[in-house]
Design a protein. Structure first.
Length: 158
C-alpha cells in the first residue's frame, strides 16, 4: 500500500489552498483531502466551507473528500442554509467528473445533517455518503482508516 504520509501543501497546480489550516490535510498517495473542522458548525462556517470547496474545485475537482464532523462542539446551522448550500453545490458541480465525499459523525445531530446533504446531492456527480463508522467510510473511499483520523485531540465541549 502507498505511504500515507500527509502533505499539507497541494501540488503546484493547486497553490495556497491548504496553507495555514491545521484541520485540512492533503494525502497525496490517496488523492484525498481530509477536513476535521472544530468548534461550531453554523451558517458562517458553512459559507466558509462553500468558499473553500469553490476554490478547490475550480483548481481541480479531481479529489476525493472526507469531512469529519465529530470534533464539532456545537451544531447551530439553519436547515434552510444546508438546503441552499446543497443547491449551490449542485449547480457548481453540474459538469464535474464523478468524485466521492464521505461525511463522518458519530453524533446523531451531525449525522442527520450529513444524511440530509447526502440526499440533496443524490443527482449530482458528487457521490456523498454519511457514515457513523470511520472504518466503513475508509472502506468506501478505498483508503486505510488511519488516513481519516484527526491529527490532534478533539476540543473539549464548551
Amino acid at each position: 500500500m502507498p505511504d500515507d504520509s500527509k502533505d499539507d501543501s497541494m501540488p503546484a497546480s493547486h497553490p495556497n489552498i491548504m496553507l495555514g489550516r491545521s484541520d485540512l490535510h492533503y494525502h497525496r498517495s490517496f488523492n484525498l483531502i481530509t477536513w476535521h473542522p472544530r468548534g461550531v458548525l453554523d451558517d458562517v462556517l458553512l459559507d466558509e466551507i462553500e468558499a473553500w470547496l469553490w476554490t478547490l474545485e475550480t483548481a481541480s475537482p479531481q479529489f476525493e473528500r472526507f469531512v469529519d464532523l465529530s470534533q464539532l462542539t456545537e451544531i447551530a446551522v439553519r436547515v434552510n442554509h444546508v438546503f441552499e448550500f446543497a443547491r449551490k453545490r449542485a449547480r457548481h458541480l453540474a459538469e464535474a467528473p464523478r468524485m466521492k465525499s464521505a461525511l463522518f459523525c458519530e453524533d446523531w445531530v451531525g449525522f442527520a445533517i450529513a444524511r440530509i446533504y447526502q440526499d440533496l446531492m443524490a443527482e449530482t456527480p458528487l457521490q456523498v455518503r454519511a457514515f457513523r463508522d470511520r472504518k466503513q467510510a475508509a472502506t468506501w473511499l478505498g483508503v486505510p482508516v488511519d488516513a481519516l483520523k484527526p491529527t490532534q485531540e478533539p476540543l473539549p465541549p464548551s
